[in-house]
Ligand binder design. Structure first.
Ligand code: SF4
Length: 299
């Protein structure tokens, strides 16, 4: 297995034997395969939408698949396998809708990457083996660690936003524009020709989806709460990486500013309480403090 989805990742690099969170290699492989299945669904749902064909089942499936793979949400192999198999029916349905719509318009369906025609194997062992073929490690061999790292960064942003959207669905609120956004992003993640520059732009754009997801939650109720955790500062400290730790403080600052702006534009401080707290303390070892002192600007 190879998972670096959260800040608890082993040695600040990746969980490779078993998850620090308790995730087993089989579960990690099935989660990777479920994301592969979700990309397959989104490739067709994204194109169908461009032809004014909307398939709610495909919309909800992709949100559920993304949310299911967030750390500690669902580690049950049977449940993951069930979702992967369900995805085939969802994908084939939206694929049919898309292809009918294209032909009705006198066009020809797009030729799509391998994931579009993915077929899951029968039993858990075979499914796990399929998951290993689309694992982070395997994709790093094909695409390089920079591209895969950026793809994963974008994917984790989508997973976080999907957690909000999944809760909004349970509360009876759905947003068509948001569904379209998820399909567009997942369709992009299925591409093998992504560039680092484009992926960086997508990663920043993914942050904006979270703000939209908050608006959707807000439309349902006049009372709700949200907890946002900036995990990467912990991650950077575990790996003793001062550059990343400083960057994490800056990005945490940006996120805080974004939330403050949102509050001021949506009801203001009379209606809102905002708490900023640390999760826990952390030690950090500077093995060469003199090297840092030498590069510090003089006042
Ligand atoms: S989600 Fe679990 S397996 Fe993945 S990095 Fe975090 S602790 Fe490790």
């Amino acid at each position: 297995m190879y998972c670096y989805q959260c800040e608890q990742t082993a040695k600040g690099v990746a969980c490779t034997k078993a998850g620090v969170c308790g995730k087993k290699p089989e579960t990690a492989a099935l989660q990777d395969l479920l994301i592969h299945m979700a990309k397959s669904v989104s490739m067709y749902a994204h194109r169908a939408r461009a032809l004014d064909v909307i398939d709610r089942e495909a919309d909800v499936f992709v949100i559920e698949a993304l949310f299911t793979t967030v750390t500690n949400v669902n580690f049950d192999p049977e449940r993951l396998a069930g979702l992967i198999r369900k995805g085939v029916g969802v994908r084939d349905n939206v694929r049919g809708l898309y292809e009918d719509a294209v032909r009705k318009d006198g066009g020809t369906p797009d030729e799509l990457p391998d994931a579009a025609t993915f077929q899951p194997e029968g039993d858990l062992d075979a499914l796990t083996a399929q998951g290993e073929q689309v694992s982070i490690e395997r994709r790093q061999t094909d695409l390089g660690s920079d591209i895969v790292g950026l793809q994963e960064l974008m994917l984790y942003g989508l997973k976080g936003a999907a957690a909000y959207v999944d809760h909004a669905i349970v509360l009876g609120v759905e947003d068509d524009e948001l569904y379209a956004t998820f399909h567009k992003a997942m369709n992009y993640l299925a591409r093998k020709d992504a560039s680092a520059e484009e992926l960086l732009e997508w990663c920043l754009w993914t942050g904006e989806i979270n703000m939209r997801a908050m608006e959707v939650l807000d439309s349902r109720s006049d009372r709700w709460w949200l907890m946002v955790e900036s995990g990467d500062v912990d991650w950077a400290s575990h790996s003793n990486n001062i550059d990343n730790a400083i960057g994490a403080v800056h990005s945490g600052d940006d996120a805080f500013e974004g939330v403050v702006k949102w509050i001021e534009e949506n009801g203001g401080w009379e209606d809102t309480a905002l708490f900023l707290t640390s999760d826990h303390g952390h030690y950090f070892q500077l093995t060469q403090p003199e090297a840092l002192a030498k590069t510090a600007p003089t006042p």
